[in-house]
Design a protein around this ligand. Structure first.
Ligand SMILES: [Zn+2]
Length: 410
């Protein structure tokens, strides 16, 4: 299988190649020291502590296997399936120029050449957004635009300059696992850091016990004990901190990227009935976009008769027409917060086996729901209430109606 994530930068490519060998080497040295020297040669052969050695060996190899399998799964996923947003049109002929431009501009100047959003009302990929009940948009109601990929950017996607592609629910570039940790690998990454921290704890406990015994026996300092304690303390501290951070991201349904933009606000395009009367509280937009004025500013009212689907749109457009209210969140509000338990399950899976073993992708990698790219939390209902939009129901004909308010759907 071709590597999707061939990195642009030579330095990263080399880091990615070297670090796995470094990690395998460290695991090798660690296992030799803990199992070979401390558990077998010292505690078993010299001290005859059979039960303790057996228990520690079982624990060691259990967490060793879990760590290695989670690491392998994370590594493979970041290399083969990093969660890239598919390119709608091949950058093809432009690609060579695009790469040349990037190389010429260098790393810091990447943002300088801005390709504006596609103004074509039938812009490729747009329909995938307004087919959903809710999607993230700009203040004008169009989806976010990626100037580098030259296409609309799905909810929660972030452009990785490393891969030169948009990545879904990107978290961070992790040299330890050789790539971008994102929605496809975050659960495996979390398991990897958790199991490594546990393994390090077992190593420290074994070494500390051996050290204490050797002290009591008046022996000199054992070099292997020191090696184990130093390695396990460094790796253990680092992975334990990563585990805590990752757990926090999982339980609150945020990413590192969200953390960097603490005060970000989101505009959400929320589907409302086509004929909703104009509101001075929020603007709305009608899709498919018309070649002329596509959105209405607050208070300007309804400029297009028949819910904006009129004008010179085709009959097909009129049938498919959808109106979306453009609602703004407050800073720190997270539209995808499903509560601790819902957030955990959306990343880690629906049962204990998925939580513990690096087998299945996170449920949040499934984007087939027509509700939204990612499951939205109660904030959407809260926003509707805040902006005076009644709860909508979709009737049997698939048309939206409003419940018990003056805002009538028909
Ligand atoms: Zn992009």
């Amino acid at each position: 299988m071709a590597r999707q994530s061939d990195s642009n930068r030579a330095a990263t490519r080399w880091t990615v190649r070297i670090i796995p060998f470094f990690i395998v080497g460290t695991f090798g040295v660690g296992t030799y020291a803990v199992v070979g020297r401390l558990l077998v040669e010292y505690l078993y052969q010299e001290e005859r502590q059979t039960d303790l050695v057996a228990a520690l060996l079982v624990l060691y190899f259990l967490f060793f296997l879990l760590t290695v399998s989670a690491y392998a799964r994370t590594l493979l996923t970041t290399q083969l399936d990093p969660g890239l947003v598919p390119l709608i049109h091949d950058r093809g002929a432009d690609e060579k120029q695009h790469r040349k431009d990037r190389a010429g501009r260098g790393r810091d100047a990447e943002a300088n050449v801005w390709v504006p959003p596609d103004q074509n009302p039938d812009s490729p990929g747009l329909e995938a957004f307004y087919s959903k009940e809710v999607f993230v948009c700009e203040a004008d109601g169009r989806p976010k635009w990626c100037s580098e990929c030259r296409q609309w950017k799905p909810d929660r996607a972030h452009h990785s300059s490393e891969l030169d592609r948009c990545v879904r629910k990107m978290d961070h570039l992790c040299p330890w696992v050789g790539g971008i940790v994102a929605e496809t690998s975050f659960n495996f990454f979390f398991q990897f850091t958790l199991y490594t921290a546990c393994l390090c704890f077992i190593c420290i406990a074994t070494a500390a016990y051996s050290l204490q015994m050797q002290n009591q026996q008046g022996r000199g300092l054992d070099g292997w004990v020191i090696v184990v304690i130093v390695l396990a303390a460094v790796f253990g501290f680092f992975t334990f901190a990563m585990t805590l951070t990752s757990a926090r991201f999982i339980f609150t349904n945020i990413t590192n990227i969200d953390m960097l933009r603490k005060t970000q606000v989101f505009f959400l395009a929320v589907r409302i009935p086509l004929n909703s009367p104009p509101s001075d509280k929020f603007p709305s937009i009608v899709y498919p976009l018309q070649p002329y004025q596509a959105w209405e500013a607050p208070g300007q009212g309804q400029t297009q008769p028949n819910g904006g689907a009129g004008g010179h749109g085709s009959a097909r457009d009129q049938q498919a027409a959808r109106r979306c209210a453009i609602l703004r969140t407050e800073p720190r509000e997270n539209p995808w917060d499903l509560g601790y338990w819902g957030n955990w399950k959306s990343v880690m899976g629906n049962n204990v086996v998925e939580w513990l073993l690096p087998i299945k992708h996170s449920p949040c990698c499934n984007h087939e729901s027509m509700e939204g790219d990612y499951q939205f939390g109660p904030l959407v209902a809260e926003l509707k209430k805040r902006y005076g939009i009644a709860e909508a129901v979709t009737d049997v004909r698939g048309e939206m109606e409003m419940h018990n308010t003056g805002i009538s759907g028909t």
